[in-house]
Design a protein around this ligand. Sequence first.
Ligand code: ATP
Ligand code: MG
Length: 453
Amino acid sequence: MATAAHILVVDDEAGIRTSLAKILEREAYSVTTTDSGEEALGIARDQHVDLVLADIMMPKMSGIDLLRALKAMSPAIEVVMMTAFGSVENAVECMREGAYDFIAKPLKRAIVLRSIERALERRALLHENRALRQAMSSSSTSDLVGQAVAWRKTLDVVTQAAPSKATILIVGESGTGKELLAREIHRLSDRSAAPFVPVNCSALPETLLESELFGHERGAFTGAHERREGRFERASGGTIFLDEIGETSAPVQVRLLRVLQEGEIERVGGQEVRRVDVRVVAATWRNLEEDVRAGRFREDLYYRLNVIKLAVPPLRERHGDVLLLAQHFLKAYADKNKKSVRAFAAAALKALDGYAWPGNVRELENAIERAVVLCRGEVIDLQDLPEAVAHAEGRPIESGDGIFVPFGTPLYEVERRLIEETLKRAGGDKRTAARLLGVHARTIHRKLGDREE
Ligand SMILES: Nc1ncnc2c1ncn2[C@@H]1O[C@H](COP(=O)(O)OP(=O)(O)OP(=O)(O)O)[C@@H](O)[C@H]1O
Ligand SMILES: [Mg+2]
């Protein structure tokens, strides 16, 4: 374990408490002792406790009652029971209630230490498994929706860059999917079994961010009661996602440069240099080049981060994707809210497509979630959409409007663009588009189907 395990000794006999404390402290465990079960519960509630060593026979609350209460409160705490009246019944009952082990008095130093060591090992293992399961469940599916050329170009970069350890800088407006893409990069890399650790650099004050990222030693600052590992250490073997990197202060930038250059960190208030193997993916909505010119961001750090730049296009540049995403969110939120909403009315589609989406995918997602919740029937209509969206009417088709087709464009491409553009102007309604194009709606279905392959 990285930090000394905290062991709580509960026994009504002062002699036992003192001798156990001495034995355990010599092994560098951190130890707290108490003579009552009630007090033990309070300590376990207020402090981080890894293991409780409890006597069974105590005057007020018995060891078994304490065991039950502890497990109910925090099942992750390991409990080892001790008794002078070792009987099989007691042992069986303790194990059934979730104790890790049962040791007989008079206590033998070696037996106590071995039991504690094993219990702590199991705890670490369970913890690791849980982290692994979480990493796997969040990385097993990809929910990326989009067909637009600009979006697919972005995904191509993701696929190419993901397997390497290269640092990636994701830039894009808010709500465009930067974090989603960072997760996708991690998922497609050979680090996917190790943790993906996101950190929002703008959410914490400077000093807290420093210790959050790099950890701190005990006593590094007021309130640092315990030594703590930072997110870089937690991301070991995996990927750290530094969101809003443009908001970091100068001292944090210096430390980040060091990790990127040397793969080394130092905990706040510590001297020891630690090596970390972590892939860095950073994101920002800011123009970092400008920040560099203005002296707000270190140039050397900028170049280290910007090994591969991933530019995420805003939604208004992803032609056709608004409607695909809208359908995707409709289904997701209908399922989540157990509602039978299935479709959009033509007017609603037109409004969705005509709106500029300054908040990008996030704004669209929120609008659809709200519409699903408000919707009374099976079809989302104009009045279910936010005011701003409902009033942004689709652009009318004007004479002089059209597609630009340079010489040399293949005919199928002309057809594709014309269909796409007409469909867009028709608010995504295939029947209207078909009428405008003078073909059957089936023809559009077929042509679009051909294209999606
Ligand atoms: N292509 C996509 N397919 C499906 N869902 C998407 C897509 N892009 C974004 N989303 C969803 O939109 C929401 C916003 O995405 P995300 O948080 O990744 O954006 P962001 O760029 O990090 O935003 P911010 O700048 O506000 O932090 C999330 O719920 C995400 O799942
Ligand atoms: Mg984000």
